[in-house]
Ligand binder design. Sequence first.
Ligand code: FDA
Length: 302
Amino acid sequence: MSLLNNLIVSSLPIIPKPIVGFVAGRYIAGAQFDDAARVTKNLNAQRIMATMDLLGEDVFDHSEAATAKDAYKEILRSIHREHLDSNLSLKLTQIGLKLDKSFCEQNLREILLVAKDKKNFIRIDMEDHTCTDTTLDLYKSVRRDFENAGVAIQAYLRRSQADVLELVKQRANFRLCKGIYIEPEAIAFKGREEIRNNFLSLLRIMLDRGAYVGVATHDDVLIDASCRIIAERKLSPDKYEFQMLLGVREKLRLKLRENGHRVRVYVPFGRQWYPYSVRRLKENPAIAGYALKTLFSKDSVN
Ligand code: FDA
């Protein structure tokens, strides 16, 4: 499969944009807030929560970062106005992390203030390893003042256990995921089983220290093991949630919901959908395989 994935990715420049759009359309709500609102309403009707993400990252211009910050504030107001059950996920490099850390923190604090006013929550996505230290520093700083902030942790990073042990001291709110970027072996586990083992050992640490966890995976092995870990601890459903990406394993998320777990779906939207889709495909060619599978079979929606 990896040969095929790589072939698809290397053909991307000659694949017409509408075809990339067709494939990406499954994973992205659309270009506008109204598209994300429509998708969220459908999810909410199935008693599934959302986390909206305005596509964009790696901003190197102050005014562009400020525009993204204002857009996030407006999205929070719109979520409130439309009574949507959705919080927000954002990438710090979209609001200036790579430009100036204190400018980025100021932007994040402004967004968090609006979120607090609207009784909403901001999840900070985790980007590639060049951003891990600055992202966690910034999270620790805002966490002192904001209960409504959470951060993502990547199970493939060898450092994550130490990070989590530090973060639980501040009663951090976590999203636990495997990690999507291609990272060097020196800092990241590469084997499927070692990533899974680390995922589960991080989950145990988080839950045993009383942290709220968003268990973000579509992997059956991890979902089954997470359910067992949750059941052993007799956790009530308000202590954790499962999280999945839009367009992935829709039947599974309904099954989790039917079994009494809370489920949240990541709803990306925005005009940046094309560069975002192309970059994601290049970063992780396996997604090309999933997308192809989606086109030709019903397996990935089970
Ligand atoms: P795995 O990749 O083994 O997938 C299990 C199965 O799910 C596959 O066999 C396939 O059937 C299906 N599947 C998975 N991905 C699919 C796709 N795109 N299309 C179709 N089918 C698919 N990463 C990160 O580095 N920083 C972050 O902040 C986040 N945030 C985040 C939020 C949420 C809500 C989720 C679900 C995921 C993330 N991720 C992330 C991505 C995460 O790290 C990881 O790369 C993906 O979830 C894929 O890993 P799985 O655990 O799903 O397992």
